[in-house]
Design a protein. Structure first.
Length: 356
């Protein structure tokens, strides 16, 4: 790990650039203003005075149509992720590309879900993050294939993710289940990420911890879904990803010793799910989104602390990536809440954002 003058020389430029990018993230006040906005036009006016102005102008300006807002958000996300790769020190650029690679795979998973529902590219175009090898034009072309297997075959050609996509294809062949194949992509990707986590330990322990927390959240959501449907741990254990902060045995113990979703979530002290568990218990709709939001909020706040205190390290790059991802996630929830007429109190419960 680099210290002092060595760290300043190595990470000085990238850290300075990330801090400028961080200053353009939406403030808590701006998010509160969006929560309080009376309609979607008011939300657009707020965002027009932020870092999203250029993308909103590109897709229609302040008269942007509702269905085009997601295009602007995705375009802004892609721009910032591309910047992170460009500003990373050359010795860490491969790590940044690997981390950003989850968005290339995200695009592929979107395509698989749409193909499984017999939908075309237009049904997912607004959500595609136009970054890396699998940008919108590549995904659009691949979706011309007649089947999920054909789509994966097309995308596997000269692919840096050949092994991951091959695993997904084999899973689909044996199960004919798109969700199973998509879960296989996640598991294979995070298996490859284990080497990145190991590498990061010599660069930034805090950055490695953020990745481990993301793995935890994936595993916990998998188990919460399984608990909701009464599945045995043995029936879902193959879907769990190793190298999170919580070991497989810890998760199994919490799972087998809990009678329901709320009891399971309450045992996971490190993810601060007690409040989410209580809300889920008292809710009529029993939305798993409650737990997803709580875990994203936990990661966001840890990323915020890292970006605020780790001045000269790779951690600042990774922390920004998480914060930007959760900003987009939050905005999509807020915009949808305005479109569907949820009140301020209902909307506030849905967002994942800094608490202070």
């Amino acid at each position: 790990m680099l210290f002092g003058e060595s760290a300043a020389r190595h990470f000085g430029y990238s850290s300075a650039r990330v801090r400028v990018m961080k200053s353009r993230l939406l403030s808590k006040k701006t998010i509160d203003d969006v929560v309080s906005a009376k309609d979607i036009s008011s939300v657009i006016s707020i965002l027009f005075n932020s870092d999203y102005k250029h993308e909103i102008e590109e897709f229609g300006g302040q008269e942007i149509k509702n269905e085009r807002i997601d295009f602007a958000l995705s375009k802004n996300m892609a721009k910032q992720l591309t910047k992170l790769i460009e500003i990373s020190p050359s010795t860490e650029r491969k790590i940044t590309r690997t981390i950003v690679g989850k968005w290339a795979l995200y695009n592929i998973k979107l395509a698989m879900e749409a193909k499984d529902k017999k939908q075309g590219f237009d049904s997912i175009a607004r959500y595609v993050v136009d970054v890396g090898k699998y940008n919108s034009s590549v995904i659009k072309e691949a979706m011309r294939e007649e089947s999920i297997e054909g789509l994966l075959n097309k995308l596997m050609i000269n692919s840096p993710y050949y092994g991951i996509l091959k695993d997904a294809q084999e899973a689909y062949k044996s199960t004919k289940s798109a969700p199973e194949a998509i879960a296989t992509i996640d598991k294979s990707y995070y298996k490859e990420m284990q080497s990145v986590i190991f590498s990061l330990r010599t660069v930034s322990n805090e950055a490695a911890l953020l990745l481990k927390m993301e793995i935890d959240s994936k595993n916990v959501l998998t188990l919460i879904r399984a608990k909701r449907f009464g599945a045995k741990f043995s029936e879902v254990s193959s879907l769990l990803i190793d190298r999170g902060t919580m070991t497989r045995s810890m998760l199994e113990n919490a799972y087998t010793n809990s009678k329901d979703v709320e009891a399971f979530a309450s045992q996971l002290k490190g993810l601060h799910l007690k409040e989410a568990s209580d809300e889920y218990k008292n809710s009529k709709h029993k939305q798993l989104l409650t737990f997803e939001i709580a875990m994203k909020n936990s990661i966001f706040n840890d990323a915020l602390r890292l970006l605020s205190h780790s001045i000269l390290s790779f951690g600042t790059i990774l922390a920004y990536a998480y914060m930007k991802e959760i900003e987009i996630y939050t905005l999509r929830i807020l915009i949808n809440s305005r479109l569907y007429g949820l009140d301020k109190e209902e909307t506030a419960k849905l967002i994942s954002w800094r608490k202070s």
